[in-house]
Design a protein around this ligand. Structure first.
Ligand code: FPP
Length: 248
């Protein structure tokens, strides 16, 4: 594992880690199990990674749990994922309360089954004042959908004369995204060996450090998370500047 560079800022833990949890199906297939078994093990890993992130000093953790394209999977798999979501929220609610972690979602959640929407809304409401960490689940989320919704909101504001086209900046668009108020991800992890963003936080990850691992999500635990954070600490983030400018 590489050692962190002698650059103070790069030794800070990432404030915000976003994860594309991929490989549940392949994990199950390689073990001769049904895909849902992979998702079940994946849900257990979420619990381990939430705890690991807390221990590493990561304040924001954002997990891609169900994309806007995942509705096209076989109905039985979609239904099983929704049941898993409902039971994972129920099971983990006491942990969020005990550890004062704010629970949040991004994505168009109204399209989820009502039992999920209700438990999500309850947990968001119960934890809204908590400040020791923020766990965000991306549910029925896709960047293209998020950006389209954000532009619609801006156009409505323009129509109501609350903003003029000249006043529109990146900052005004950012305020309309589902992630408004959250810092951009410092580190974006994708498991399972695939190397693409799959419509996840496309605008927010403009300057994120990307980390790809071949490990399937159901095997991605505390040690793997630590390895990703160590790798992040070795990166030099330049934001368009030269390395010499950064040294000054
Ligand atoms: C990708 O693996 C994973 C998902 C589509 C969903 C992520 C879900 C979990 C981690 C389980 C917990 C679920 C909720 C909703 C809390 P894949 O099925 O695409 O794997 P594959 O590429 O190997 O087929």
């Amino acid at each position: 594992m590489p050692k962190p560079k002698d650059n103070k800022s790069s030794q800070c833990p990432p404030k915000h880690v976003a994860i594309i949890m991929d490989g549940n199906g392949r994990w199950a297939k390689e073990r001769g199990k049904a895909r849902i078994q992979g998702h079940r093990q994946g849900a257990r890993q979420i619990e381990e990674v939430i705890r690991a992130a807390r221990d590493e000093g990561v304040k924001y953790l954002t997990l891609y749990a169900f994309s806007s394209e995942n509705w096209n999977r076989p109905k039985a798999e979609v239904d099983a994922l929704m049941s898993l979501l409902a039971s994972a929220i129920k099971k983990n609610a006491p942990y969020f309360v005990k550890n004062r972690i704010r629970f949040n979602t991004i994505g168009y959640i109204s399209a989820l089954p009502s039992k999920c929407v209700e438990s999500i809304k309850n947990l968001v409401e119960t934890t809204k004042e908590y400040d020791s960490g923020v766990l965000t689940l991306a549910l029925n989320y896709g960047s293209r959908d998020e950006i389209t919704r954000a532009i619609k909101k801006l156009l409505i504001k323009a129509k109501d004369s609350e903003i003029s086209p000249e006043q529109i900046t990146w900052n005004s668009l950012e305020q309309m995204l589902d992630t408004a108020g959250m810092p951009d991800p410092d580190l974006l992890i994708r498991t399972s060996g695939e190397m693409r963003l799959s419509n996840y936080l496309m605008l927010q990850s403009a300057y994120s450090e990307l980390y790809f691992t071949k490990t399937y999500w159901p095997d991605f635990g505390r040690d793997e998370f630590h390895k990703a954070v160590m790798e992040y600490k070795c990166r030099e983030r330049r934001y368009g500047l030269t390395a010499d400018q950064l040294k000054k």
